[in-house]
Design a protein around this ligand. Structure first.
Ligand code: FES
Length: 170
């Protein structure tokens, strides 16, 4: 299920906790699995549950609670736009709709070339900077006006790996 390198990374995370509390490494293991496979499949959840001595449902609860875990394959760039109330009051929903329109997909969808996935998300803790969004769960972007969204799509598309497009065609 996992590469040797991934298992070594799991072991490093588990070593940070007392042996009887190795389940504490579940979030780290899920993140590592996602880095390797692009998403957290049910098989990966089960393998992590076995590895950590947890019930599979307990791992599933973690995967489904946090936005950052992809429960299905996503595009090379996952774009999360905050649509919680403070952002709603400052064009968060409009930004989501603009992005979806720009890419020709629905909220939660992935472009046919496999480059972009767009999803709404919960508060990112930067309400004063609305509209705000996250790129690939790591990079926060603020004040996403229509022009900035357009520019973002242009820049990301230009930097997309050809593999993403090729993979989707097969
Ligand atoms: S409500 Fe959008 S960042 Fe807080």
């Amino acid at each position: 299920m996992f590469s040797e390198a991934t298992l070594a990374r799991f072991a490093r995370e588990v070593a940070k906790y007392p042996a009887e509390q190795k389940q504490s490494a579940v979030m780290a293991c899920l993140s590592i699995a996602q880095q390797e496979q692009g998403w957290v499949s049910p098989e990966a959840e089960k393998a992590i549950a076995d590895y950590l001595g947890m019930a599979p449902i307990a791992v599933r609860e973690v995967t489904t609670f946090y936005n950052m875990y992809n429960q299905r394959p996503v595009g090379q760039f996952k774009l999360n736009v905050c649509t919680n109330l403070p952002c709603q009051l400052r064009d968060g929903q409009k930004a989501l709709e603009k992005l979806c329109k720009e890419l020709g997909i629905e909220d939660g969808g992935t472009t046919p070339d496999g480059v972009f996935t767009v999803q709404k998300c919960e508060c990112l803790g930067a309400c004063a900077d609305a509209p705000v969004m996250l790129v690939n769960d790591r990079q926060m972007l603020s004040y996403m006006s229509d022009d900035r969204l357009k520019e973002l799509v242009k820049v990301l598309r230009a930097s997309a790996k050809p593999a993403a497009a090729a993979a989707k065609k097969n």
